[in-house]
Structure formats: C-alpha cells, structure tokens
Design a protein around this ligand. Structure first.
Ligand code: GDP
Ligand code: MN
Ligand code: MN
Length: 257
C-alpha cells in the first residue's frame, strides 16, 4: 500500500471544483482510493459561517453559561447555537458538547472547526458527506478517472483514547466495511463479529499524510491496495437502538430539558 499527497492544491474557495483541481494534479489509477479532508470539502461547499448568523436561543445561552462555569473558559452562546443547529441529538452536554450530526456521526461540537478557516469565524462540516464524496467520485469520472472510490475524512477524538485521528464521514464507490463474519481464523474457528471499518482505517492512514498544520495537503491517494473479495457493508454510524454505550450515557447524563 502506498499513500501520497496530492501536490499543490490552492486555498479552496466556495464553488471550487475539487474533482477538477485534484484530477489536474494527481495520478489516479483504477482501484486507487482518494481521501479528501472535510475542511476543503466544506470550503468548496460554502460552509464557512460567522457567529452572528447564530443568534443564541435560551437553550444555547443556558449551555454556554454552564460550560463557562464548569471550565472557567469563555463560551460564546452563538457557538453553542451553531452546534445545536448542526445536530439531531445531544449525547453529552457537559463538560463539552458531544452531538450527533444530521448525517449520523457523533463527535464533539458537531465537528465545527475554528482552525484553517480564513474569512469566517467557523467552518461547518459538509451537510451530507457521502453525497459530497459521490460528487467528487463522479467528477473524477468526468475527467476520465474511473473506478476511484472517494472518502471524505475528518480528524476526530474517540472516547476512551487520548489523541485525535482520521475518521471517515462519507464515502462513495466502495463499501464502508469488510464483513469477516463467517470467515475462519487460523485455528479454523468461525469469526462471529468482525466487521472491519475499512473507510475509517483508510481515513486514519491518510490523516498521517494530511497532517493538521499549515502544510496544506488535504487530499491523499491510496494506491497498491484492494478491498478484496469479502462481502461489503455500508453501515458505519450506529443508531441509538444498537449503541449500548450511548444508551448507558443517556441514562447517566444530566438532562437540561
Ligand atoms: P480536517 O481534518 O478535515 O478538519 O482538516 P484540517 O483542518 O486538519 O486540514 C487538513 C489539511 O488540509 C492540513 O494539512 C491543512 O493545512 C490543509 N488545508 C486546509 N484547508 C486547505 C485549503 O484550502 N487548501 C489546501 N491546499 N490545504 C488546506
Ligand atoms: Mn475538522
Ligand atoms: Mn485534520
């Protein structure tokens, strides 16, 4: 497997055609995978916003003042309002906001970034990252680059572990997971539960190349790699019914309502 940054991408602006910019700069063979950082997808999709677009309602004001008390840091109620508007569920509301975004991904502050955002206070995640991935996938095909799956990534913390890593927010042209269930291990025992989240693993590997700073390598080509013959599955985000950790949190956490 080989990972290489797509060189010389410019500062991305609203309306930019990411597929065209990448097609001009990358060598992509059928079967390669392209990862694209959500930051540049959001910039292209005009998801930069200013705090003044989120006048805080009572709930956002209450959340912000409680977080301010808890953390001793200044919290802008308009930021809490933006997080609430980007979310369908508040999984934890202290000591930080852990929410489910409208497309099903659970993360801190609905994934809203305040770094790498020129011209605006905030950058929201793409509205529907799998649709963004599909558009880039189709855009590449329009440039004669066929059969290149696309993964839209973000850098994200995970519960129980220090540090952040790359995760997949959306994908197109490949399944999310390899289903090993029914395969045999080295001792001939049947695997009962292993579904390997391939898009997250590729996102994580690619995030090593993109980095987090000012170096500017938001797109990565994964080559010499194959999904293989296993069955694919397209499920990545657990829903509440199948998520026992989240159910436990729900019973435990403080509900301001
Ligand atoms: P996220 O992980 O999706 O939140 O994206 P990051 O903000 O961590 O950015 C990933 C990489 O893309 C970093 O190396 C940034 O320097 C780079 N980056 C961010 N915005 C741009 C841009 O508009 N153009 C280019 N060329 N690089 C960018
Ligand atoms: Mn981000
Ligand atoms: Mn990042």
């Amino acid at each position: 497997m080989e990972l290489s940054a797509v060189p010389d991408l410019p500062e991305i602006r609203p309306g930019d055609d990411l597929a065209a910019l990448i097609a001009d700069r990358a060598t992509l063979e059928p079967g390669d995978v392209l990862t694209v950082a959500s930051t540049v997808v959001s910039k292209a999709e005009d998801r930069g916003v200013d705090l003044e677009a989120f006048p805080a309602g009572p709930r956002a004001r209450e959340i912000a003042s409680r977080l301010e008390e808890l953390t001793g840091e200044r919290k802008d109620p308009r930021f809490a309002q933006a997080v609430l508007e980007e979310s369908t569920d508040l999984v934890m509301d202290e000591p930080f906001l852990l929410t489910e975004t409208r497309f099903g991904h659970v993360c801190v502050n609905a994934g809203i970034d305040r770094s790498n955002v020129p011209d605006h206070d905030l950058l929201l995640l793409p509205k529907r990252p799998s649709e963004s991935a599909e558009r880039i996938h189709q855009g590449l095909a329009a440039h004669g680059i066929e059969d290149v799956p696309v993964i839209v990534t973000d850098t994200c913390g995970r519960p129980f572990r220090h540090g952040q890593r790359g995760v997949a927010l959306g994908w197109a042209g490949m399944p999310a997971s390899r289903d090993w269930r029914g395969e045999r291990d080295r001792d001939g025992r049947e695997l009962g539960v292993t579904v390997q989240s391939v898009v997250d693993e590729l996102a994580s590997a690619a995030n090593l190349v993109t980095g987090e700073g000012a170096d500017g390598t938001p797109a990565v080509v994964v080559s010499d790699w194959a999904f293989g013959d296993l069955e694919g599955s397209n499920e990545l985000f657990r829903d509440l019914e199948g998520d026992f950790v989240r159910q436990a949190l729900r019973e435990w956490s403080y509900d301001p309502a």
